[in-house]
Design a binder for this molecule. Structure first.
Ligand code: HEM
Length: 211
């Protein structure tokens, strides 16, 4: 195993663990623990909220599970058709999960701060997904790679949220709500910054603007 592959191995492990996490909602009664506990009855009984919530977590999980493997140059070179097929599944999964995520964001626990944090994330997630798709349809591989780097960094917010939230509760706030408000932004803004740094370094090497 090469040292330079270690970050990718860590990303893959986290992506698989959190990508499978939505399965709990299908096999365990989650109404008595976690997020659903904080929801008003009207939301929990709403058919529209339930449909969008389950769409969001199912396709978000799928996006997280398949996305990381798409970045392997080795796999791309060997199995380009599989990359194309998985890419289409990924784009479809992010489209469904982000639109559903935008809807449920308006009912987020924690009030306006969380509504704004999650809905901004959903919008940037959807736009970067569309951009990544359009650029590859036009044959622009570098721009496609850049938009997908940004997009998967945002998909990874599902992981960073679940890493930061217990840490914020344990070490700083000792309470769920203030930690949840902070994490609704902290789960994705640093990811976005890291993605922009990676893209900027890549751009410097080839010197073409991101469009
Ligand atoms: C990256 C863009 C994403 C946005 C904007 C987003 C948005 C949201 C929102 C608004 C909620 C409800 C929060 C509340 O009502 O307080 C939520 C919950 C949830 N999301 Fe996402 N999400 C994203 C990515 C993902 C991904 C990739 C997964 C895949 C695992 C995922 C899985 C879940 C799960 C399982 C819940 C239920 C809460 C929990 O059990 O922790 N989300 N998401």
């Amino acid at each position: 195993m090469k040292i330079k592959n270690l970050p990718w191995i860590a990303i893959a492990i986290f992506a698989v663990i959190i990508g499978l996490y939505p399965l709990l909602y299908f096999f365990v009664d989650m109404r008595t623990s976690g997020l659903l506990q904080s929801k008003p009855k009207a939301v929990l009984n709403s058919a529209c909220w339930n449909a969008t919530f389950y769409t969001h977590i199912t396709f978000g999980g799928i996006a997280l599970l398949i996305g990381w493997a798409q970045f392997s140059a080795n796999l791309r070179q060997r199995y380009i058709n599989a990359h194309r097929l998985m890419g289409k599944f990924y784009v479809a999964a992010v489209t469904l999960s982000s639109v559903a995520g935008l809807y449920i964001a308006f009912f987020a626990t924690g009030g306006l701060v969380c509504v704004l944090g999650f809905s901004s994330l959903a919008i940037i997630w959807l736009i970067s997904n569309i951009k990544a798709y359009i650029t590859i349809q036009r044959g622009n591989i570098l721009q496609h790679q850049n938009w997908m780097t940004l997009n998967y960094a945002l998909t990874f917010a599902a992981v960073t949220l679940r890493v930061f939230l217990p840490l914020l509760i344990m070490f700083i706030f000792h309470d769920f709500l203030p930690a949840y408000r902070v994490v609704s932004w902290l789960c994705w803004v640093p990811n976005l910054i890291v993605a922009l740094i990676i893209i900027n370094n890549r751009q410097k090497n080839v010197n073409t603007p991101l469009n």
